[in-house]
Design a protein around this ligand. Structure first.
Ligand code: GLU
Length: 508
């Protein structure tokens, strides 16, 4: 029987969740759902120095907003918990000890000053930033260079130590990446990474391998930035578990901004979001606006992320989550960097707003309209408004500008656009139109338009010349959907009231 697919997203809770992070979640999620598997969220919080309060909750909230909820996580629970590495601290040590026993790792007692001295002494033109590796390890203070008895004593005296992997020299580590194919690394260029820190916490390298093993992860999909760590992980899989159920690997392509890897700075520089939701950095007080707050629908957000590095081989661009689950395949993810284009991202959102039904937009639009304070909004009226303006909204935030005039009379009117061509004949037209509207039967777009045109013809005025003043009377400016459709939604009383209100200014 084939093994049940189990994938994981393993973020370190250090800040806002970047586009690339959510795309990693998405690809994991799609793969799990497509294969009837489990999607695990594991919080990799072993680096206490980088811990940021609120970042974990923020990750949960982002996943919930994007509709990518895990099956197992610190809050959902599950059979392989705990799902927070800090709560698993005690189980990693035995694996580090096994590595030492088998000669694949060693205790290192070097002080920060000694490490600094090493970096200074070994620095030269060909080696500008020396690493703790095979070329220096025998000149340092560790259990490879200190006699066994002394090591025992140092440990008994509780001297501070870390445990480092002993990277083999002149060896090749190879694996098959589901996206990149066969990848090989020369082990000589990889340093002896710390596996267990002086505070007893594992580093990411040890914890990720142990947890992927214990949590029975079958596929590890992560960002390309982790590719250089892969040889360490593969060796740990070999040394600790003899490759027993090692996951299949895939390193997802970078997301590129205008100048290389998309960064938070690009967002600030070019005025677009790079985080899923607004991130309020408790350390710096800096607030970085997210896609959600910018007015993106989660459906659009995951659609645009799915296509940052993947396509289904056709020209299709709009995919629902269900379609993505059906069509996604990791082999179709390309290895080259995926260029992020904010204009294209907005296009996806516009398409999704157009496709969304009125009911599903109500909650968000209400929120947008209450921007200046709570407003009593009749439900049936709101539905009409959304149906009227949604095709004109690229972002959810556009609903405010596109429709607030339907709830409140405009605060300003672009009278300058009408005044130069205003005439007594036009004034008479609107007066008569108001009278007709008073008695009209069937208050709808077509009748309003027919009456308008008939009256214009009777009065020998071009209907086109009357439509702009009419629009400005109802809307305040030269924008918005069809003016008769606006009048239909505004209703008889309000339409007549607005026409008469403007009259006062034009005829004075
Ligand atoms: N903790 C790593 C991160 O912060 C996870 C990398 C991996 O998936 O192996 O992204």
């Amino acid at each position: 029987m084939a093994k049940k697919v189990r994938v994981r997203f393993a973020p370190s809770p250090t800040g806002g969740l970047h586009l690339g992070g959510v795309r990693t979640v998405l690809y994991n999620y799609l793969f799990a759902k497509k294969n009837g598997g489990d999607f695990v969220l594991r919080i990799e919080d072993t680096d206490q120095n980088r811990y940021v309060a609120g970042a974990e909750q923020y990750i949960f909230d982002c996943l919930q907003w994007a509709g990518l909820e895990p099956d197992e996580s610190p809050i959902h629970g599950g059979p392989y918990g705990p799902y927070r590495q800090s709560e698993r601290k005690d189980l990693y040590r035995q694996y580090a000890d096994k590595l030492i026993k088998d000669g694949h790792a060693y205790y290192a007692f070097d002080t920060p000053e000694e490490l600094e001295k090493m970096r200074h002494d070994f620095k030269n033109e060909t080696n500008p930033s020396p690493q703790y590796d095979h070329s220096v390890r025998m000149k340092m203070r560790n259990s490879l260079t200190i006699p066994g008895e002394e090591v025992k004593k140092l440990l008994e005296e509780k001297t501070r130590f870390v445990i480092r992997i002993k990277m083999p020299e002149n060896d090749t580590v190879s694996f098959t990446d589901m996206i990149r194919g066969d990848v090989s690394f020369d082990t000589s260029v990889v340093d002896d990474k710390v596996l267990l820190k002086a505070d007893g916490m594992p580093t990411y390298h040890l914890a990720v391998v142990v947890d992927d093993y214990l949590m029975k992860i079958t596929h590890a999909f992560r960002g390309e930035e982790w590719l250089s760590s892969a040889p360490v992980h593969i060796l740990l899989w070999k040394y600790l578990f003899g490759y027993e159920h090692m996951p299949a690997w895939a390193h997802l392509p970078l997301i590129l901004g205008p100048s290389g890897k998309l960064s938070k700075r690009d967002g600030a520089k070019y005025g677009y979001p790079v985080f899923a939701m607004t991130w309020n950095d408790p350390k710096t007080g800096e607030i970085t606006e997210g896609f959600r707050e910018k007015g993106f629908l989660p459906e659009a957000f995951i659609n645009l992320l799915a296509l940052l590095g993947w396509n289904d081989g056709t020209e299709q661009e709009i995919f629902s989550k269900e379609e993505l689950i059906e069509k996604f395949s990791i082999e179709r993810v390309h290895s080259g960097g995926a260029k992020f284009d904010y204009e294209k991202a907005k296009w996806f959102n516009h398409e999704w707003i157009k496709r969304s039904d009125v009911q599903s937009l109500k909650y968000e639009v209400r929120k947008q309209l209450s921007r200046d304070g709570d407003m009593a909004i009749d439900d049936a009226f709101l539905e009409k408004v959304i149906a009227l303006v949604k095709d004109r909204c690229t972002l959810l935030t556009d609903f405010y500008d596109q429709s607030i005039f339907l709830f409140k009379a405009p605060g300003q009117y672009d009278l300058d656009a009408i005044k130069p061509k205003w005439s007594a004949a036009k004034a008479a037209f609107f007066e008569d139109y108001c009278n007709e509207l008073q008695n009209i039967t069937g208050w709808n777009t077509e009748t309003l338009e027919t009456k308008f045109k008939e009256l214009a013809a009777q009065k020998n005025i071009k209907a086109g010349e009357l439509q702009l003043p009419f629009r400005i009377m109802l809307v305040g400016g030269k924008f918005g959907p069809g003016v008769f459709a606006i009048a239909e939604v505004l209703g008889k009383e309000e339409t007549i009231r607005r026409i008469k209100h403007i009259f006062r200014f034009l005829n004075s």
